[in-house]
Design a protein around this ligand. Structure first.
Ligand SMILES: Cc1cc2nc3c(=O)[nH]c(=O)nc-3n(C[C@H](O)[C@H](O)[C@H](O)COP(=O)(O)OP(=O)(O)OC[C@H]3O[C@@H](n4cnc5c(N)ncnc54)[C@H](O)[C@@H]3O)c2cc1C
Length: 566
Protein backbone atom coordinates (compact mmCIF):
# COMPACT_ATOMS: atom_id res chain seq x y z
CA UNK A 1 0.00 0.00 0.00
CA UNK A 2 2.70 2.42 1.00
CA UNK A 3 4.64 1.58 -2.13
CA UNK A 4 1.56 2.08 -4.24
CA UNK A 5 1.09 5.54 -2.76
CA UNK A 6 4.72 6.26 -3.33
CA UNK A 7 4.50 5.31 -6.99
CA UNK A 8 1.68 7.80 -7.39
CA UNK A 9 3.71 10.40 -5.58
CA UNK A 10 6.70 9.67 -7.75
CA UNK A 11 4.69 10.15 -10.89
CA UNK A 12 3.27 13.41 -9.59
CA UNK A 13 6.58 14.81 -8.50
CA UNK A 14 8.25 13.79 -11.71
CA UNK A 15 5.64 15.86 -13.49
CA UNK A 16 6.28 18.80 -11.22
CA UNK A 17 10.04 18.76 -11.57
CA UNK A 18 11.46 19.16 -15.05
CA UNK A 19 14.39 17.09 -16.27
CA UNK A 20 14.16 14.24 -13.82
CA UNK A 21 14.54 11.60 -16.49
CA UNK A 22 18.11 10.90 -15.48
CA UNK A 23 17.30 10.62 -11.81
CA UNK A 24 16.11 7.06 -11.67
CA UNK A 25 16.54 6.96 -7.91
CA UNK A 26 13.68 9.42 -7.36
CA UNK A 27 10.91 6.80 -7.30
CA UNK A 28 12.98 4.81 -4.80
CA UNK A 29 13.45 7.91 -2.70
CA UNK A 30 9.75 8.63 -2.65
CA UNK A 31 8.89 5.01 -1.98
CA UNK A 32 11.32 4.95 0.94
CA UNK A 33 9.87 8.13 2.38
CA UNK A 34 6.37 6.71 2.17
CA UNK A 35 7.36 3.30 3.49
CA UNK A 36 9.18 4.71 6.48
CA UNK A 37 6.32 7.13 7.16
CA UNK A 38 8.73 9.97 6.85
CA UNK A 39 5.99 12.60 6.85
CA UNK A 40 4.27 11.21 9.92
CA UNK A 41 7.25 12.20 12.02
CA UNK A 42 6.50 15.79 11.11
CA UNK A 43 3.11 16.33 12.67
CA UNK A 44 2.32 19.44 10.72
CA UNK A 45 0.57 18.90 7.42
CA UNK A 46 0.32 21.35 4.58
CA UNK A 47 -2.12 24.23 5.01
CA UNK A 48 -5.54 24.00 3.40
CA UNK A 49 -6.16 25.65 0.08
CA UNK A 50 -9.27 27.64 1.05
CA UNK A 51 -11.94 27.17 -1.59
CA UNK A 52 -14.56 29.74 -0.62
CA UNK A 53 -13.25 33.14 0.34
CA UNK A 54 -14.97 35.98 2.12
CA UNK A 55 -15.73 39.25 0.37
CA UNK A 56 -13.53 41.14 2.77
CA UNK A 57 -10.64 40.57 5.19
CA UNK A 58 -8.79 42.88 7.52
CA UNK A 59 -5.53 42.15 5.72
CA UNK A 60 -4.98 40.85 2.21
CA UNK A 61 -1.41 39.62 1.70
CA UNK A 62 -0.23 39.22 -1.89
CA UNK A 63 2.40 36.49 -2.25
CA UNK A 64 3.03 33.65 0.20
CA UNK A 65 6.83 33.57 -0.05
CA UNK A 66 9.48 34.18 2.59
CA UNK A 67 7.98 37.48 3.69
CA UNK A 68 4.30 36.72 3.08
CA UNK A 69 4.34 33.49 5.10
CA UNK A 70 5.82 35.22 8.12
CA UNK A 71 3.35 38.10 7.84
CA UNK A 72 0.38 35.74 7.57
CA UNK A 73 1.50 33.95 10.68
CA UNK A 74 2.20 37.02 12.77
CA UNK A 75 -0.87 39.03 11.75
CA UNK A 76 -3.23 36.12 12.39
CA UNK A 77 -1.86 35.85 15.94
CA UNK A 78 -4.39 38.62 16.65
CA UNK A 79 -7.63 36.68 16.86
CA UNK A 80 -9.77 39.68 16.05
CA UNK A 81 -8.10 40.18 12.65
CA UNK A 82 -8.98 38.21 9.55
CA UNK A 83 -6.13 37.56 7.14
CA UNK A 84 -6.12 36.32 3.55
CA UNK A 85 -2.92 35.10 1.89
CA UNK A 86 -3.11 34.96 -1.91
CA UNK A 87 -0.42 32.87 -3.61
CA UNK A 88 0.00 32.36 -7.35
CA UNK A 89 1.60 28.91 -6.97
CA UNK A 90 0.67 25.66 -5.22
CA UNK A 91 2.29 23.47 -2.58
CA UNK A 92 5.93 22.47 -2.29
CA UNK A 93 6.78 18.84 -3.07
CA UNK A 94 8.73 16.01 -1.46
CA UNK A 95 11.49 16.67 -3.94
CA UNK A 96 11.76 20.35 -3.09
CA UNK A 97 12.48 19.20 0.46
CA UNK A 98 15.68 17.41 -0.57
CA UNK A 99 18.61 19.82 -0.10
CA UNK A 100 20.91 18.29 -2.72
CA UNK A 101 18.25 18.58 -5.40
CA UNK A 102 17.43 22.26 -5.14
CA UNK A 103 18.87 23.02 -8.55
CA UNK A 104 16.42 20.57 -10.07
CA UNK A 105 13.66 22.95 -9.09
CA UNK A 106 14.97 25.73 -11.28
CA UNK A 107 12.98 25.87 -14.51
CA UNK A 108 10.37 23.56 -13.00
CA UNK A 109 6.72 24.41 -12.39
CA UNK A 110 7.75 25.85 -9.04
CA UNK A 111 9.86 28.54 -10.72
CA UNK A 112 8.55 31.69 -12.42
CA UNK A 113 11.47 31.25 -14.87
CA UNK A 114 12.25 34.95 -15.20
CA UNK A 115 15.09 35.93 -17.52
CA UNK A 116 16.85 39.27 -17.69
CA UNK A 117 17.15 41.33 -20.87
CA UNK A 118 20.34 40.68 -22.85
CA UNK A 119 23.11 43.10 -21.89
CA UNK A 120 26.82 43.24 -22.65
CA UNK A 121 28.27 43.70 -19.17
CA UNK A 122 27.46 40.28 -17.70
CA UNK A 123 25.65 36.98 -18.30
CA UNK A 124 27.71 36.44 -21.45
CA UNK A 125 27.92 32.68 -20.86
CA UNK A 126 24.17 32.33 -20.73
CA UNK A 127 21.86 31.45 -23.60
CA UNK A 128 20.94 34.71 -25.40
CA UNK A 129 23.14 36.55 -22.85
CA UNK A 130 20.19 36.44 -20.49
CA UNK A 131 20.59 35.52 -16.83
CA UNK A 132 18.00 33.28 -15.19
CA UNK A 133 16.35 34.85 -12.19
CA UNK A 134 14.92 31.90 -10.36
CA UNK A 135 11.93 32.85 -8.17
CA UNK A 136 9.61 30.49 -6.35
CA UNK A 137 6.05 30.23 -7.66
CA UNK A 138 4.87 28.14 -4.76
CA UNK A 139 3.66 28.55 -1.19
CA UNK A 140 6.90 29.43 0.61
CA UNK A 141 8.11 31.31 -2.48
CA UNK A 142 11.83 31.36 -3.10
CA UNK A 143 12.46 29.72 0.28
CA UNK A 144 11.32 26.51 -1.46
CA UNK A 145 13.99 26.83 -4.14
CA UNK A 146 16.86 28.52 -2.38
CA UNK A 147 19.95 26.96 -0.86
CA UNK A 148 18.73 27.48 2.73
CA UNK A 149 21.80 29.37 3.92
CA UNK A 150 20.98 31.10 7.16
CA UNK A 151 22.98 34.29 7.14
CA UNK A 152 21.71 37.51 8.59
CA UNK A 153 22.85 40.77 7.15
CA UNK A 154 25.90 42.48 8.51
CA UNK A 155 25.14 44.77 11.43
CA UNK A 156 26.52 47.72 9.50
CA UNK A 157 24.03 47.10 6.68
CA UNK A 158 21.11 47.43 9.07
CA UNK A 159 22.63 50.45 10.77
CA UNK A 160 23.10 52.06 7.38
CA UNK A 161 19.44 51.48 6.51
CA UNK A 162 18.52 53.17 9.75
CA UNK A 163 20.84 56.09 9.01
CA UNK A 164 19.03 56.60 5.70
CA UNK A 165 15.97 57.63 7.70
CA UNK A 166 14.41 54.31 8.68
CA UNK A 167 14.01 54.23 12.44
CA UNK A 168 13.57 50.71 13.78
CA UNK A 169 15.77 49.02 11.16
CA UNK A 170 19.12 49.25 12.96
CA UNK A 171 20.89 46.03 13.99
CA UNK A 172 19.86 46.25 17.62
CA UNK A 173 16.25 46.78 16.52
CA UNK A 174 16.07 43.80 14.18
CA UNK A 175 18.11 41.32 16.26
CA UNK A 176 15.22 40.48 18.63
CA UNK A 177 13.07 39.60 15.61
CA UNK A 178 15.70 37.28 14.14
CA UNK A 179 15.85 35.59 17.53
CA UNK A 180 12.09 35.46 17.93
CA UNK A 181 11.84 33.38 14.74
CA UNK A 182 14.89 31.21 15.34
CA UNK A 183 15.02 27.66 16.59
CA UNK A 184 18.76 27.07 16.65
CA UNK A 185 19.49 23.35 16.79
CA UNK A 186 23.26 23.59 17.22
CA UNK A 187 23.64 23.52 21.02
CA UNK A 188 26.94 25.31 20.94
CA UNK A 189 25.58 28.22 18.91
CA UNK A 190 22.41 28.27 21.00
CA UNK A 191 24.54 28.97 24.05
CA UNK A 192 25.26 32.42 22.64
CA UNK A 193 21.92 33.85 23.72
CA UNK A 194 22.90 37.37 22.71
CA UNK A 195 22.76 36.30 19.07
CA UNK A 196 20.74 33.08 18.96
CA UNK A 197 17.57 31.60 20.36
CA UNK A 198 15.65 28.35 20.43
CA UNK A 199 11.93 27.71 20.22
CA UNK A 200 11.08 29.96 17.26
CA UNK A 201 9.25 28.75 14.15
CA UNK A 202 12.29 28.69 11.86
CA UNK A 203 14.52 25.69 12.44
CA UNK A 204 18.20 26.38 11.87
CA UNK A 205 20.65 23.51 11.90
CA UNK A 206 24.07 22.48 10.68
CA UNK A 207 24.18 20.35 7.58
CA UNK A 208 23.92 16.68 8.56
CA UNK A 209 26.53 15.91 5.94
CA UNK A 210 29.94 17.36 5.18
CA UNK A 211 32.86 16.10 3.15
CA UNK A 212 36.50 16.37 4.25
CA UNK A 213 36.69 19.45 2.06
CA UNK A 214 34.57 21.33 4.61
CA UNK A 215 37.13 20.99 7.39
CA UNK A 216 39.88 21.78 4.90
CA UNK A 217 38.17 25.04 3.90
CA UNK A 218 38.26 26.10 7.54
CA UNK A 219 41.90 25.16 7.78
CA UNK A 220 42.55 27.21 4.63
CA UNK A 221 40.88 30.15 6.31
CA UNK A 222 43.03 29.79 9.40
CA UNK A 223 46.10 29.50 7.21
CA UNK A 224 45.19 32.79 5.57
CA UNK A 225 44.91 34.43 8.97
CA UNK A 226 41.16 34.50 9.40
CA UNK A 227 39.23 33.64 12.53
CA UNK A 228 36.86 30.72 12.46
CA UNK A 229 33.59 31.93 13.83
CA UNK A 230 29.81 32.03 13.80
CA UNK A 231 29.06 34.48 10.97
CA UNK A 232 25.73 35.33 12.63
CA UNK A 233 27.48 36.14 15.90
CA UNK A 234 29.45 39.03 17.30
CA UNK A 235 31.80 39.33 14.33
CA UNK A 236 31.29 38.42 10.68
CA UNK A 237 34.72 38.68 9.05
CA UNK A 238 36.16 35.17 8.98
CA UNK A 239 35.33 31.59 8.07
CA UNK A 240 32.59 29.36 9.48
CA UNK A 241 30.37 26.40 8.81
CA UNK A 242 27.20 27.34 7.02
CA UNK A 243 24.01 27.28 9.09
CA UNK A 244 20.89 26.15 7.21
CA UNK A 245 17.16 26.65 7.45
CA UNK A 246 16.71 22.88 7.59
CA UNK A 247 14.83 20.57 9.89
CA UNK A 248 15.82 16.94 10.26
CA UNK A 249 18.00 17.24 7.19
CA UNK A 250 15.24 18.55 4.94
CA UNK A 251 14.27 22.00 3.76
CA UNK A 252 12.44 24.13 6.27
CA UNK A 253 10.74 26.54 3.88
CA UNK A 254 8.84 29.48 5.31
CA UNK A 255 5.61 27.67 4.39
CA UNK A 256 6.71 24.75 6.52
CA UNK A 257 8.08 26.90 9.31
CA UNK A 258 5.45 29.62 9.56
CA UNK A 259 2.24 28.41 7.89
CA UNK A 260 1.92 24.71 8.72
CA UNK A 261 1.88 25.25 12.50
CA UNK A 262 -0.96 27.79 12.23
CA UNK A 263 -3.01 26.15 9.49
CA UNK A 264 -5.95 25.55 11.83
CA UNK A 265 -6.37 29.20 12.76
CA UNK A 266 -9.92 30.20 11.84
CA UNK A 267 -8.95 33.76 11.01
CA UNK A 268 -6.33 32.81 8.39
CA UNK A 269 -7.31 31.81 4.87
CA UNK A 270 -4.74 30.72 2.32
CA UNK A 271 -5.76 30.69 -1.34
CA UNK A 272 -3.40 28.93 -3.76
CA UNK A 273 -3.25 29.33 -7.54
CA UNK A 274 -4.52 32.87 -7.06
CA UNK A 275 -2.68 35.28 -9.29
CA UNK A 276 -3.13 38.91 -8.27
CA UNK A 277 -3.27 41.28 -11.22
CA UNK A 278 -4.00 44.65 -9.65
CA UNK A 279 -4.21 46.49 -6.34
CA UNK A 280 -7.40 48.53 -6.14
CA UNK A 281 -6.61 52.06 -4.97
CA UNK A 282 -9.05 54.84 -4.26
CA UNK A 283 -8.11 57.73 -6.56
CA UNK A 284 -8.97 60.41 -4.01
CA UNK A 285 -7.67 59.04 -0.75
CA UNK A 286 -4.92 57.03 -2.49
CA UNK A 287 -5.80 54.20 -0.14
CA UNK A 288 -5.57 50.54 -1.24
CA UNK A 289 -8.88 48.82 -0.57
CA UNK A 290 -8.61 45.44 -2.29
CA UNK A 291 -7.12 43.43 -5.12
CA UNK A 292 -8.16 41.80 -8.38
CA UNK A 293 -6.92 38.28 -8.99
CA UNK A 294 -7.34 35.26 -11.26
CA UNK A 295 -8.35 31.94 -9.80
CA UNK A 296 -9.72 28.89 -11.59
CA UNK A 297 -9.72 30.88 -14.82
CA UNK A 298 -11.98 33.59 -13.38
CA UNK A 299 -11.29 37.20 -12.52
CA UNK A 300 -12.23 37.90 -8.88
CA UNK A 301 -12.05 40.73 -6.37
CA UNK A 302 -11.46 40.70 -2.63
CA UNK A 303 -11.52 43.70 -0.31
CA UNK A 304 -9.25 44.73 2.55
CA UNK A 305 -10.63 46.63 5.52
CA UNK A 306 -7.23 47.58 6.89
CA UNK A 307 -4.34 46.89 4.54
CA UNK A 308 -3.23 45.29 1.31
CA UNK A 309 0.30 43.98 1.80
CA UNK A 310 2.51 43.41 -1.24
CA UNK A 311 5.00 40.61 -0.59
CA UNK A 312 5.21 39.26 -4.12
CA UNK A 313 8.99 39.49 -4.28
CA UNK A 314 11.51 41.86 -5.82
CA UNK A 315 10.17 41.43 -9.36
CA UNK A 316 6.42 41.03 -8.95
CA UNK A 317 5.89 43.66 -6.22
CA UNK A 318 7.09 46.60 -8.34
CA UNK A 319 5.35 45.06 -11.35
CA UNK A 320 2.05 44.98 -9.44
CA UNK A 321 2.49 48.53 -8.21
CA UNK A 322 2.98 49.73 -11.77
CA UNK A 323 0.04 47.68 -13.05
CA UNK A 324 -2.00 49.40 -10.35
CA UNK A 325 -1.01 52.89 -11.48
CA UNK A 326 1.81 53.55 -9.01
CA UNK A 327 5.13 54.20 -10.74
CA UNK A 328 7.01 56.58 -13.02
CA UNK A 329 4.31 58.64 -14.76
CA UNK A 330 5.91 58.66 -18.20
CA UNK A 331 6.44 54.91 -18.24
CA UNK A 332 2.89 54.17 -17.09
CA UNK A 333 1.53 56.44 -19.81
CA UNK A 334 3.71 54.72 -22.42
CA UNK A 335 2.07 51.38 -21.67
CA UNK A 336 -1.42 52.88 -21.30
CA UNK A 337 -1.98 52.63 -17.54
CA UNK A 338 -3.94 55.34 -15.67
CA UNK A 339 -1.62 57.04 -13.22
CA UNK A 340 -2.79 56.88 -9.61
CA UNK A 341 0.47 58.13 -8.14
CA UNK A 342 3.59 59.32 -9.93
CA UNK A 343 6.33 57.41 -8.05
CA UNK A 344 9.56 57.63 -10.05
CA UNK A 345 11.37 55.18 -7.75
CA UNK A 346 9.15 52.17 -8.41
CA UNK A 347 11.10 49.53 -10.34
CA UNK A 348 14.41 51.40 -9.87
CA UNK A 349 17.45 50.80 -7.64
CA UNK A 350 17.66 47.09 -8.39
CA UNK A 351 20.63 45.48 -6.64
CA UNK A 352 21.90 41.94 -6.84
CA UNK A 353 24.72 40.18 -5.02
CA UNK A 354 26.36 38.60 -8.03
CA UNK A 355 29.11 35.99 -7.83
CA UNK A 356 31.72 34.69 -10.23
CA UNK A 357 30.96 31.12 -11.18
CA UNK A 358 33.52 28.89 -12.77
CA UNK A 359 36.31 29.02 -10.18
CA UNK A 360 36.51 25.28 -10.01
CA UNK A 361 39.51 23.45 -8.57
CA UNK A 362 40.05 19.91 -9.70
CA UNK A 363 41.30 17.54 -7.02
CA UNK A 364 42.83 14.09 -7.14
CA UNK A 365 40.81 12.37 -4.46
CA UNK A 366 37.25 11.13 -4.59
CA UNK A 367 36.03 13.23 -1.69
CA UNK A 368 33.75 15.73 -3.37
CA UNK A 369 30.06 15.52 -4.22
CA UNK A 370 29.97 13.96 -7.65
CA UNK A 371 26.32 13.38 -8.40
CA UNK A 372 26.53 10.11 -10.27
CA UNK A 373 28.64 8.59 -7.50
CA UNK A 374 26.58 9.72 -4.55
CA UNK A 375 23.00 9.94 -5.65
CA UNK A 376 21.63 6.45 -5.71
CA UNK A 377 19.21 4.15 -3.96
CA UNK A 378 21.45 3.77 -0.93
CA UNK A 379 21.65 7.48 -0.35
CA UNK A 380 17.90 7.78 -0.99
CA UNK A 381 17.25 5.22 1.74
CA UNK A 382 19.67 6.93 4.03
CA UNK A 383 17.87 10.23 3.53
CA UNK A 384 14.50 8.68 4.25
CA UNK A 385 15.53 6.51 7.19
CA UNK A 386 18.33 8.28 9.02
CA UNK A 387 17.81 11.83 7.74
CA UNK A 388 21.37 12.33 6.66
CA UNK A 389 23.74 11.41 3.85
CA UNK A 390 24.68 13.29 0.69
CA UNK A 391 21.08 14.18 -0.16
CA UNK A 392 21.00 16.43 2.91
CA UNK A 393 23.89 18.50 1.56
CA UNK A 394 22.74 21.80 0.13
CA UNK A 395 24.42 21.38 -3.25
CA UNK A 396 27.79 21.01 -1.57
CA UNK A 397 27.74 24.33 0.28
CA UNK A 398 29.82 23.68 3.36
CA UNK A 399 31.73 26.72 4.52
CA UNK A 400 31.16 30.45 4.23
CA UNK A 401 33.66 33.21 4.61
CA UNK A 402 33.44 36.95 4.70
CA UNK A 403 36.58 38.74 3.63
CA UNK A 404 37.76 42.26 2.91
CA UNK A 405 39.31 43.23 -0.39
CA UNK A 406 41.64 46.20 -0.52
CA UNK A 407 38.58 48.36 -1.18
CA UNK A 408 37.00 47.63 2.22
CA UNK A 409 38.10 48.96 5.57
CA UNK A 410 39.31 45.80 7.28
CA UNK A 411 39.01 47.29 10.77
CA UNK A 412 35.30 47.77 10.20
CA UNK A 413 33.97 44.17 10.16
CA UNK A 414 31.95 45.17 7.10
CA UNK A 415 33.37 42.78 4.49
CA UNK A 416 32.78 43.37 0.80
CA UNK A 417 33.14 39.78 -0.46
CA UNK A 418 31.55 36.53 0.66
CA UNK A 419 32.98 33.19 -0.40
CA UNK A 420 30.74 30.21 -0.88
CA UNK A 421 33.07 27.25 -0.45
CA UNK A 422 31.63 24.15 -1.97
CA UNK A 423 32.42 20.47 -2.30
CA UNK A 424 30.65 20.40 -5.67
CA UNK A 425 30.53 22.75 -8.61
CA UNK A 426 29.12 23.21 -12.09
CA UNK A 427 30.58 20.04 -13.63
CA UNK A 428 29.72 17.81 -10.64
CA UNK A 429 26.51 16.63 -12.25
CA UNK A 430 28.04 15.97 -15.65
CA UNK A 431 26.62 19.06 -17.29
CA UNK A 432 22.99 18.36 -16.62
CA UNK A 433 21.08 20.39 -14.07
CA UNK A 434 23.50 23.10 -12.93
CA UNK A 435 24.09 24.06 -16.53
CA UNK A 436 20.39 24.09 -17.21
CA UNK A 437 19.52 25.97 -14.03
CA UNK A 438 21.91 28.77 -14.85
CA UNK A 439 21.10 28.72 -18.55
CA UNK A 440 24.73 28.21 -19.65
CA UNK A 441 25.31 27.74 -23.36
CA UNK A 442 26.59 24.36 -24.57
CA UNK A 443 29.52 26.11 -26.15
CA UNK A 444 30.60 27.76 -22.88
CA UNK A 445 30.01 24.67 -20.80
CA UNK A 446 31.97 22.41 -23.11
CA UNK A 447 34.85 24.82 -23.36
CA UNK A 448 35.17 25.53 -19.65
CA UNK A 449 33.90 22.41 -17.93
CA UNK A 450 33.84 19.73 -20.62
CA UNK A 451 37.13 18.16 -19.60
CA UNK A 452 36.19 17.99 -15.92
CA UNK A 453 32.70 16.60 -16.27
CA UNK A 454 31.90 14.42 -13.27
CA UNK A 455 35.40 14.90 -11.90
CA UNK A 456 36.20 15.60 -8.26
CA UNK A 457 36.37 19.33 -7.69
CA UNK A 458 35.79 22.03 -5.14
CA UNK A 459 34.49 25.50 -5.80
CA UNK A 460 35.04 28.97 -4.42
CA UNK A 461 32.40 31.48 -5.45
CA UNK A 462 33.31 35.09 -4.64
CA UNK A 463 30.11 37.06 -4.18
CA UNK A 464 29.89 40.82 -4.10
CA UNK A 465 28.14 42.10 -1.00
CA UNK A 466 27.55 45.79 -1.69
CA UNK A 467 27.32 46.35 -5.43
CA UNK A 468 27.12 49.91 -6.67
CA UNK A 469 25.61 49.04 -10.06
CA UNK A 470 21.88 49.57 -10.23
CA UNK A 471 19.39 47.86 -12.51
CA UNK A 472 15.70 48.46 -13.07
CA UNK A 473 12.43 46.78 -13.95
CA UNK A 474 9.75 48.11 -16.23
CA UNK A 475 6.52 46.80 -17.67
CA UNK A 476 6.50 45.07 -21.02
CA UNK A 477 2.85 45.95 -21.47
CA UNK A 478 -0.26 46.55 -19.40
CA UNK A 479 -1.14 42.86 -19.59
CA UNK A 480 -0.61 41.63 -16.00
CA UNK A 481 0.34 38.17 -17.23
CA UNK A 482 3.24 39.49 -19.33
CA UNK A 483 6.55 39.26 -17.52
CA UNK A 484 8.20 42.64 -16.89
CA UNK A 485 11.45 43.64 -18.57
CA UNK A 486 14.40 43.19 -16.24
CA UNK A 487 17.65 45.08 -16.79
CA UNK A 488 20.34 43.86 -14.40
CA UNK A 489 23.06 46.42 -15.30
CA UNK A 490 25.58 44.17 -13.55
CA UNK A 491 29.15 45.51 -13.40
CA UNK A 492 28.22 48.82 -14.99
CA UNK A 493 29.83 50.61 -12.05
CA UNK A 494 33.64 50.38 -12.31
CA UNK A 495 34.07 49.89 -8.56
CA UNK A 496 32.13 46.62 -8.80
CA UNK A 497 34.58 45.29 -11.36
CA UNK A 498 37.46 46.17 -9.03
CA UNK A 499 35.92 44.48 -6.00
CA UNK A 500 34.98 41.34 -7.89
CA UNK A 501 38.43 41.13 -9.49
CA UNK A 502 39.99 41.22 -6.01
CA UNK A 503 37.47 38.60 -4.90
CA UNK A 504 38.59 36.31 -7.70
CA UNK A 505 42.25 36.77 -6.75
CA UNK A 506 41.44 35.93 -3.13
CA UNK A 507 39.47 32.87 -4.24
CA UNK A 508 42.42 31.62 -6.25
CA UNK A 509 44.55 32.13 -3.14
CA UNK A 510 42.29 29.70 -1.24
CA UNK A 511 43.29 27.05 -3.76
CA UNK A 512 46.94 27.87 -3.10
CA UNK A 513 46.80 27.12 0.63
CA UNK A 514 48.47 24.02 1.97
CA UNK A 515 45.12 22.94 3.34
CA UNK A 516 43.62 22.76 -0.13
CA UNK A 517 46.72 21.71 -2.03
CA UNK A 518 46.67 18.43 -0.10
CA UNK A 519 43.80 17.38 -2.32
CA UNK A 520 45.86 17.85 -5.43
CA UNK A 521 48.53 15.25 -4.80
CA UNK A 522 48.74 11.85 -3.15
CA UNK A 523 48.03 12.44 0.48
CA UNK A 524 50.98 12.15 2.81
CA UNK A 525 50.36 10.22 5.99
CA UNK A 526 50.08 13.34 8.15
CA UNK A 527 47.57 15.05 5.88
CA UNK A 528 45.54 11.88 5.79
CA UNK A 529 45.43 11.87 9.56
CA UNK A 530 44.28 15.48 9.58
CA UNK A 531 41.53 14.69 7.11
CA UNK A 532 40.33 11.98 9.36
CA UNK A 533 40.02 14.39 12.20
CA UNK A 534 37.62 17.10 11.04
CA UNK A 535 35.65 16.55 14.22
CA UNK A 536 38.74 17.37 16.22
CA UNK A 537 39.13 20.57 14.27
CA UNK A 538 35.56 21.45 14.95
CA UNK A 539 35.98 20.78 18.63
CA UNK A 540 38.92 23.12 18.70
CA UNK A 541 37.09 25.81 16.77
CA UNK A 542 33.62 25.65 18.18
CA UNK A 543 34.00 23.77 21.39
CA UNK A 544 32.03 20.65 20.66
CA UNK A 545 32.04 17.75 18.27
CA UNK A 546 30.52 18.74 14.97
CA UNK A 547 27.45 16.55 14.44
CA UNK A 548 27.67 17.27 10.77
CA UNK A 549 30.96 15.62 9.95
CA UNK A 550 30.63 12.20 8.42
CA UNK A 551 33.38 9.70 8.32
CA UNK A 552 32.15 7.46 5.60
CA UNK A 553 34.19 9.35 3.02
CA UNK A 554 37.36 8.59 4.82
CA UNK A 555 37.97 5.08 3.57
CA UNK A 556 37.69 6.56 0.10
CA UNK A 557 40.46 8.98 0.93
CA UNK A 558 42.78 6.05 1.27
CA UNK A 559 42.23 5.08 -2.34
CA UNK A 560 43.75 6.65 -5.41
CA UNK A 561 41.77 7.46 -8.54
CA UNK A 562 42.51 4.00 -9.91
CA UNK A 563 41.24 2.35 -6.76
CA UNK A 564 44.63 1.36 -5.41
CA UNK A 565 45.23 1.86 -1.75
CA UNK A 566 47.63 4.77 -1.22
C1 LIG B 1 18.30 30.12 -6.28
C2 LIG B 1 18.20 30.97 -5.06
C3 LIG B 1 19.01 30.69 -3.97
C4 LIG B 1 18.92 31.49 -2.84
N1 LIG B 1 19.64 31.13 -1.73
C5 LIG B 1 19.44 31.79 -0.57
C6 LIG B 1 20.02 31.33 0.62
O1 LIG B 1 20.69 30.29 0.64
N2 LIG B 1 19.81 32.04 1.77
C7 LIG B 1 19.02 33.16 1.77
O2 LIG B 1 18.86 33.77 2.83
N3 LIG B 1 18.45 33.61 0.65
C8 LIG B 1 18.61 32.94 -0.50
N4 LIG B 1 17.97 33.34 -1.63
C9 LIG B 1 17.15 34.55 -1.57
C10 LIG B 1 15.85 34.33 -0.82
O3 LIG B 1 15.29 33.08 -1.12
C11 LIG B 1 14.90 35.46 -1.20
O4 LIG B 1 15.54 36.69 -0.89
C12 LIG B 1 13.61 35.43 -0.45
O5 LIG B 1 12.99 34.17 -0.57
C13 LIG B 1 12.70 36.52 -1.01
O6 LIG B 1 11.52 36.55 -0.25
P1 LIG B 1 10.25 37.35 -0.76
O7 LIG B 1 9.17 37.07 0.20
O8 LIG B 1 10.64 38.76 -1.02
O9 LIG B 1 9.92 36.74 -2.19
P2 LIG B 1 9.55 35.25 -2.55
O10 LIG B 1 9.97 34.31 -1.48
O11 LIG B 1 10.05 35.03 -3.92
O12 LIG B 1 7.97 35.25 -2.52
C14 LIG B 1 7.16 35.92 -3.44
C15 LIG B 1 5.87 35.13 -3.54
O13 LIG B 1 4.90 35.91 -4.21
C16 LIG B 1 4.22 35.09 -5.14
N5 LIG B 1 3.70 35.96 -6.19
C17 LIG B 1 4.41 36.67 -7.11
N6 LIG B 1 3.58 37.36 -7.90
C18 LIG B 1 2.33 37.08 -7.47
C19 LIG B 1 1.05 37.51 -7.89
N7 LIG B 1 0.90 38.37 -8.90
N8 LIG B 1 -0.04 37.03 -7.25
C20 LIG B 1 0.10 36.17 -6.20
N9 LIG B 1 1.30 35.73 -5.77
C21 LIG B 1 2.40 36.20 -6.39
C22 LIG B 1 5.28 34.13 -5.63
O14 LIG B 1 4.73 32.99 -6.24
C23 LIG B 1 6.02 33.84 -4.35
O15 LIG B 1 5.47 32.77 -3.64
C24 LIG B 1 18.04 32.59 -2.79
C25 LIG B 1 17.24 32.88 -3.88
C26 LIG B 1 17.29 32.07 -5.00
C27 LIG B 1 16.39 32.37 -6.15
Amino acid sequence: MALGTAAGLAAKSALAIGGLGKLSFIPALLAAMAYFNYDLLDPESRPFNQKYLRQEYDFVIVGGGSAGSVLANRLSEVEGWSVLLLEAGGHETDISDVPLLSLYLHKSKLDWKYRTQPQDTACQAMVDKRCCWTKGKVLGGSSVLNTMLYIRGNRRDFDQWESFGNPGWGYEDVLPYFKKSEDQRNPYLARDTRHHATGGYLTVQDSPYNTPLGAAFLQAGEEMGYDILDVNGQKQTGYGWYQFTMRRGTRSSTAKAFLRPVRLRQNLHIALFSHVTKVLIDMESKRAFGVEYFRDGEKRVVYAKREVILSAGAVASPQLLMLSGVGPRQHLQEVGIDVVQDSPGVGQNLQDHIAVGGLVFQIDYPVSLVMNRLVNINTALRYAITEDGPLTSSVGLEVVSFINTKYANSSDDWPDIEFMLTSASTPSDGGTQVKRAHGLTDEFYNEVFGSINNKDVFGVFPMMLRPKSRGFIKLRSKNPLDYPLMYHNYLTHPDDVGVLREGVKAAVAVGETQAMKRFGAPLPQQARAQLQAPAALHRRVLGLPHPAVHHDYLPLVLHGQDGTVQ
